[in-house]
Design a protein around this ligand. Structure first.
Ligand SMILES: Nc1ncnc2c1ncn2[C@@H]1O[C@H](COP(=O)(O)OP(=O)(O)OP(=O)(O)O)[C@@H](O)[C@H]1O
Ligand SMILES: [Mg+2]
Length: 462
């Protein structure tokens, strides 16, 4: 849209000058030769050059890299849009556009606009770094989140509190699902470094070939596909905080050697670098294997084991502290109610008895799983978990295993004598054969001949 402006050309020039001066982007106007005739205030701010620096000078005076957009638009007599340039002594990143100005079909100059994107770039870099950190950060737990009234758990919690006061490495061991990660968080949050980062590294999940660069970082251009500016490793990211080396027994031998060096020197060498960097990191390691056994078997370095095992916390399996089950159930219910918007607030005695009868090889994680599945089996209006809601996971098997050694039970309801006898015999022979004794010995123990034993086994097989 064009509007005819009233007034003489001086008025129009003043009007345009005022408009240009108010534009937040940098503006430069040149004559047909590309000599600068005008810049606005934003220009001096963004480029870092004064009016005197540029007026009467060629338009490429401000360009730190590449060709000037204004010159290009004059040369090619066409608008050039959205190209990246760096300007001024600070080499600020700007997005530029320029267009030639024609008067009566004749080229009289050009106008260029630069938009400062250095702030956007800085923010996006910051965001990228924060995202990277967030990826490794877990929700935080405190010592209060560790539930249990058994002596074993109370002791382990006390030990965690004591460990938190020291800088030394802590080794947490326990079967899968016993709460090792929970303890690691709690120690970090109790320690002086609680405001620092908590970085979890799953040693079993890291790609072996990338392990070194993941843990220790790399210098720019250290290998093909690496970031130009290099990258921090987990240890540097955990600087001032705690690094949690989960499943530490899974580290390869070369990785163990490198880890040992970091623990000894408190410094890391990025891949491709020669100079080490100091890091201030507290190490907490966890394992669900017996590391001492792994050392004996030659799978884990002895010196590293001693470095890690300065302070140790052993979390006993749930089957050895079944008195924690009711409290844990209440805790888990509260969590799941919140998560699913439910109002389940009780577990029947019978259901609890069933939970007690099981040995929980997957420990607290398995208990969480079973309760969550029980909730799915409940009507939305039901408030109490009953025996029938609990999924039949391994429970029958466990109850069977619980039978006293050598005691056999069979259900005789609605069965003929012949059937009962057959089932009974089958169970007797199953029992003996599972014991992996030699058949001669079984026959002798039962007071039958070897031949009749073979016949019975054959009968059983048919
Ligand atoms: N004492 C406890 N009180 C409350 N919740 C617990 C307790 N122990 C474990 N949990 C819960 O059980 C789940 C498993 O715990 P965690 O991940 O810490 O176990 P882990 O020992 O690290 O297991 P894995 O060896 O399989 O990694 C988590 O959801 C955790 O919150
Ligand atoms: Mg874990």
């Amino acid at each position: 849209m064009t509007v005819k402006l009233n007034g003489n050309s001086e008025h129009v020039a003043q009007l345009l000058k005022t408009i240009i001066s108010l534009i937040p982007d940098a503006v430069m106007v040149t004559d047909e030769k590309g000599l600068c005739v005008m810049v606005n205030r934003a220009y001096t701010e963004i480029s870092g050059l004064s009016q005197e620096d540029v007026l009467g000078k060629p338009a490429n005076i401000d360009i730190a890299e590449k060709e000037s957009i204004l010159m290009k638009s004059l040369k090619e007599k066409r608008p050039i849009l959205n190209e990246l340039r760096r300007v001024g002594p600070e080499k600020k990143e700007v997005l530029c556009s320029a267009t030639p100005i024609f008067f009566d079909g004749e080229l009289v100059g050009s106008v260029g606009v630069m938009h400062d994107i250095s702030e956007i770039k800085r923010l996006s870099r910051e965001l990228e770094q924060k995202n990277q950190l967030l990826k490794n950060l877990q929700p935080t737990y405190t010592i209060e989140d560790i539930v249990g009234k058994s002596e074993a758990i109370i002791k382990a919690k006390e030990r965690a509190k004591a460990c938190a006061e020291f800088f030394a490495t802590v080794l947490i061991s326990g079967e899968s699902g016993t709460g090792k990660e929970l303890f690691a968080h709690a120690i970090h949050n109790l320690s002086k470094r609680s405001q620092g980062p908590f970085v979890r590294v799953n040693c079993a999940a890291i790609n072996k070939d990338l392990l070194e660069s993941e843990l220790f970082g790399y210098e720019g251009g250290a290998f093909t596909g690496s970031l130009k500016k290099g990258k921090k490793g987990y240890f540097e990211e955990a600087d001032g905080g705690t690094i949690f080396l989960d499943e530490v027994s899974e580290l390869s031998m070369p990785a163990q050697a490198k880890l040992l060096r970091v623990l000894q020197e408190q410094e890391v060498i990025r891949v491709g670098a020669t100079v080490p960097r100091k890091v201030d990191v507290r190490v907490i390691a966890a394992t669900n294997r017996d590391l001492e056994e792994e050392v004996k078997a030659g799978n884990f370095r002895k010196d590293l084991f001693y470095r890690l095992d300065v302070l140790s916390i052993k979390i006993p399996p749930l089957r050895e502290r079944k008195e924690d089950i009711p409290l844990l159930c209440r805790h888990i219910l509260k969590k799941l109610n919140q998560k699913y918007g439910r109002g389940v607030n009780n577990i029947s005695d019978e259901a609890l008895k069933l939970l007690y009868s099981y040995d929980w090889p997957g420990n607290v994680r398995e208990l969480e799983n079973v309760i969550s599945r029980a909730m799915i089996n409940m009507d939305i209006s039901e408030k109490e978990i009953k025996k029938e809601h609990i999924p039949p996971i391994n429970i029958l098997k466990e109850e069977k295993n619980k039978e006293e050694d050598g005691v056999i039970s069979i259900n005789i309801k609605n069965k003929k004598w012949k059937e009962i006898k057959k089932e009974f015999e089958k169970k007797v022979f199953d029992y003996y054969l599972k014991g992996k004794k030699k058949k001669v010995d079984i026959a002798r123990e039962l007071g039958i001949t070897r031949r009749s034993l073979y016949l019975k086994i054959e009968e059983k097989a048919n």
